[in-house]
Design a protein around this ligand. Structure first.
Ligand SMILES: *Cc1c(COP(=O)(O)O)cnc(C)c1O
Length: 360
């Protein structure tokens, strides 16, 4: 079976973890600090703060931006549920703005329609590895004096007009879950240029303390381990190569999809470097089978597929509000299908996938 995603880890990562074992410092220590410094350098921000997951990093970012009870936060319904959940953790109100039908990213015009006096922040998601329309979004947030958080959990190394994602907002948030463009097992990172936010987030990560056993505010244990950070240091060095392979694989898939009537290939905006966390096609009415049939045909040929995401967040039971219609997201959730694009695919496997698609 060719999996839809697969972590690429090897001897170098293992050696790095062995060194941590020998050091005896297993929890947050010097490797976390090293990873944070390297990550800031890579993302082009002044500060980075490592966390135990992408989800806890999102929670910290929102707390760092001052989101609290009753604050409205505008975000996309077409994402992994963690994006919106982070707002609920702060006891804020999630306000959904619909997406662009071509990029599947949040639509800046829809954001503007949903801004009220209570709007405190916007969380954009660079979905599938493609940056959002950052010029329009940054301008909007400045004009309305709203905080901007970038959920870049699928977009490590992606660029908008030559600048890395995670460096546009008040905070950028990354995940290092094994399916992502780089991994630490579990892990997350917050990037920011704001010293106060960085300091506050560091405190919140450590039970609200700067000095041991002096707790100034209510905080959490959201620390990354030195074992995870050691893996991250090695993975970060490989990230650009991983992403180049993803982009090459995407090009091969593009050539194949172009020959198939009724399938729409991923739209890539001008001015962006898309890092293809997912390669997602859209199955239109012209295609002669359903999406589920297409997925099972591929599974039968030994090719894994994925649906990201089959239920938009506003349709999940604890978010569902009567009469909330977000048409573009709802349609997309019924028509998208992701194909393997990860850097672990061999040229032979890519050939096999492309031939299998042509035979459908
Ligand atoms: C993976 C992901 C997260 C959460 O990251 P975890 O490390 O799994 O907690 C949040 N948002 C998006 C868009 C993601 O893809």
């Amino acid at each position: 079976m060719i999996p839809i995603s697969m972590p690429l880890i090897g001897a170098e990562e293992l050696d790095a973890v062995k060194d941590v074992f020998k050091s005896g410092i297993l929890a947050q220590g010097p490797r976390v600090q090293e990873f944070e410094e390297l990550f800031s350098h890579y993302a082009g921000t002044r500060y980075s703060v490592a966390a135990s997951s992408g989800t806890t990093a999102l929670h910290l970012a929102l707390l760092g931006c001052g989101i609290g009870v009753g604050d409205e936060v505008i975000t996309t319904p077409f994402s992994f549920v963690a994006t919106a959940n982070s707002v609920l953790y702060c006891r804020g109100d999630v306000v959904f703005a619909d997406i662009d039908p071509e990029t599947y990213n949040i639509d800046p015009e829809k954001i503007e329609e949903r801004i009220t006096d209570k709007t405190k922040a916007v969380i954009v998601v660079h979905l599938y590895g493609q940056p959002c329309d950052m010029d329009a979004i940054v301008k909007l947030c400045r004009e309305h004096d709203i905080r901007l958080i970038e959920d870049a959990c699928q977009a490590h190394g992606a660029e908008y007009k030559g600048r890395k994602v995670g460096s546009f907002g008040d905070c950028g948030v990354f995940s290092f879950y094994p399916t992502k463009n780089m991994t630490t097992g579990e892990g997350g990172m917050i990037t920011t240029d704001d010293r106060d936010i960085a300091e506050n987030i560091r405190m919140l990560r450590e039970h609200g303390s700067k000095k041991k056993y002096q707790h100034e505010i209510l905080g959490y244990n959201y620390r990354m381990t030195d074992m995870a950070a050691a893996i991250g240091v090695v993975q970060l060095k490989k990230l650009d190569d991983f992403n180049s392979k993803r982009r090459e694989n995407a090009r091969r898939l593009d050539e194949t999809i172009a020959q198939l009537d009724g399938l729409i290939d991923p739209h890539v905006s001008s001015n962006v470097r898309h890092v293809f966390h997912q390669y997602t096609v859209r199955i239109t009415k012209k295609w002669d089978t359903s999406r589920d049939k297409m997925a099972s045909s591929l599974t039968n040929k030994g090719i894994g597929t994925g649906i990201y995401y089959p239920i938009p967040i506003h349709k999940q039971p604890y978010y569902e509000k009567a009469n909330e219609v977000l048409k573009v997201s709802e349609e997309a959730s019924k028509e998208v299908l992701s194909l393997p694009v990860h850097p672990g695919l061999s040229p032979e496997e890519m050939d096999y996938i492309c031939n299998a698609l042509l035979e459908l």
